[in-house]
Design a binder for this molecule. Structure first.
Ligand code: NAP
Length: 287
């Protein structure tokens, strides 16, 4: 493919930013990629792995001359990063992100764009529990969904270009209103992470006659709790930024758990079998 972007800046060259860079690099659609971050160790690694061509910890200098800036840092840092770089953006620059929460990021970043620059919110529905440049890989987005969250303020040409780049990574792109996105992902992603963290926390601190209960873990516990190995800062930010929707999801889950508890307490075999059968049908249906 021929070059579409002369200079792409990636702020946060971790799993998401690094994989975006690798996929576009492999497709040959970006000429120069500058990696921006805080720690020199991660940036040096990104450079030595060939994910980026240049590195800097100076975001303002790094975005200079870029046609596109992709931001993939923990969600609470995205608006402040955009506020920092906004005065240094070249006219026509498109700023987009991969953050897991959208409504407040989109509203704030649209407001921060200088005239002639455009913001497009995005969220790739792909990931692993690993972090940093070394965890990234070019095929992360292949066959996965990427949700773009345009508003009435979104520039049509900017949206089209961001859409095109995600398609090149192999993602299937769809669009959604930012608030709707946050309510859906509170249920399907943020709640499961919170439950996995809570479960490991509860079992890890359980006291069964002084035994280390976690030493008995096997496949089931490990499968269910894989996502509790995800980066705590990333999930702290998601929980804080999607607070309202997440609290509603936790309340729904608590009611479901309380219902299950009640059926166990009542020694209700039919009620338990019914509860488990309904859940199994939902689970089998998604496979
Ligand atoms: P990651 O692997 O930890 O990468 C984040 C990178 O951002 C790190 O390399 C970190 O490097 C850098 N960074 C952190 N704060 C920064 C700041 N204030 N300024 C500049 N650089 C900063 O995390 P990730 O998994 O790629 O997640 C990045 C974003 O993608 C998050 O918004 C997350 O919600 C979203 N997302 C994640 C997943 C997933 O499954 N992991 C999936 C979809 C979307 P330094 O510490 O060296 O600065």
């Amino acid at each position: 493919m021929s070059v579409i972007i002369e200079r792409l800046a990636i702020i946060g060259v971790g799993l998401i930013g690094g994989s975006f860079a690798r996929a576009l690099r492999e497709a040959g659609v970006v000429k120069t990629i500058v990696g921006i971050g805080r720690s020199s160790a991660n940036l040096e690694e990104a450079l030595s792995l060939g994910i980026v061509d240049e590195i800097t910890s100076d975001a303002v200098a790094g975005v200079s001359g870029a046609q596109m800036v992709f931001i993939s840092v923990p969600v609470c840092s995205i608006p402040s990063v955009v506020a920092e770089i906004a005065p240094a953006l070249s006219c026509g620059c498109i700023v987009t992100d991969g953050g897991s929460v959208k409504a407040s990021i989109v509203m704030e970043c649209e407001r921060l764009m200088p005239p002639g620059c455009f913001f497009v919110g995005g969220h790739p529905i792909a990931g692993t529990e690993h972090s940093g440049a070394a965890a990234s890989f070019a095929t992360l987005y292949k066959g996965k969904r990427c949700i773009l969250t345009p508003t009435e303020r979104t520039d049509a040409a900017a949206l089209e270009l961001v859409n095109r780049l995600w398609l090149i990574t192999g993602a299937e792109v769809c669009s959604m209103e930012p608030g709707h996105h946050d309510r859906i992902f509170a249920e399907i992603s943020h709640l499961p992470h919170v439950v996995a963290y809570a479960l490991v926390h509860a079992v890890g601190t359980a006291d069964v006659e002084g035994e280390n209960v976690l030493s008995y873990t096997a496949g089931g516990f490990r499968d269910f709790t894989r996502i509790a190995s995800s980066d705590p800062v990333m999930w702290r930010d998601i929980a804080l930024m999607n607070r309202q929707a997440l609290l509603k999801s936790i309340d729904g889950f608590s009611a479901s758990l309380a219902e299950l508890r009640q059926r166990i307490d009542n020694s209700d075999p039919d009620g338990l079998a019914e509860f488990f059968t309904i859940a199994k049908q939902f689970r089998d249906g998604i496979l």
